[in-house]
Design a protein around this ligand. Structure first.
Ligand code: SAH
Length: 202
């Protein structure tokens, strides 16, 4: 891994939360990248994960984590586990992470990756994450790694008071917060994500 990757890919682009920078340094991205992509593990790019899915670009993972402003005591819901990389970084920053993935093979891959990287406490569940996990709500923070056409209402409903939801919506990564009963949606950056697929499992 290039020694200055955190400075070049993250700090120079505005990631300033030191907890996030430390978490990004702590999680070995190569543990989450398929064997044949390992030499690209520290590239400034999303990488193919198989099953038509991608592991997010480190900058985008850091941007999501910074926007969630985690303090360390939150229960976090991660939608779209994929490789488990985002879930591992969230696990560095919060009390507990529940992650939902709709492709059964990726659930297995993510569990193995997370165990290999020392993040066994992350719970990876098979399901449609656009429905959230009502039985475990409310969540102090929710991170979504697949692009929705419209705001998934169950996720908004499962947010704790003062909670933060970050998701790709209409080509932008957006932050949704609610304070004193007023909802605020703030665009963070233009992004490209694989689509959030709702409905039946494959
Ligand atoms: N956070 C991942 C990124 C994975 S790409 C990482 O760091 O590697 C997005 C993932 O969302 C894909 O694995 C895709 O299968 C999953 N996905 C898409 N729609 C979903 C849904 N409705 N519920 C759960 N997972 C979903």
């Amino acid at each position: 891994m290039p020694a200055d990757w955190v400075d070049r890919q993250l700090r120079d682009r505005g990631i300033r939360d030191t907890r996030v920078l430390d978490a990004m340094r702590a999680v070995p991205r190569e543990s989450f990248v398929p064997e044949e992509e390992r030499k690209h593990a520290w590239d400034d790019a999303a990488l193919p994960l198989g099953y038509g899915q991608t592991i997010s670009q480190p900058y985008v993972v850091a941007l999501i984590c910074q926007a969630l402003a985690l303090q360390g005591d939150e229960l976090v819901l991660d939608v779209g586990t994929g490789s488990g990389y985002q879930a591992a970084v969230l696990d560095e920053l919060a009390a507990h992470v529940i992650s939902v993935e709709r492709i059964p093979e990726l659930v297995e891959v993510a569990r193995l990756n997370l165990a290999a990287a020392g993040h066994r406490s992350v719970e990876v569940l098979l399901g449609d994450g656009s429905l959230g996990v009502p039985a475990r709500a409310p969540f102090g923070a929710i991170a979504v790694a697949a692009a929705a056409a419209e705001l998934p209402q169950p996720l908004v409903d499962q947010l704790a008071p003062g909670g933060r939801l970050v998701l790709p919506l209409g080509g932008y990564l957006v932050l949704l917060t609610e304070a004193a009963g007023r909802r605020r949606v703030e665009p963070l950056a233009p992004v490209r994500f694989v689509p959030l697929v709702t409905g039946l499992l494959p």
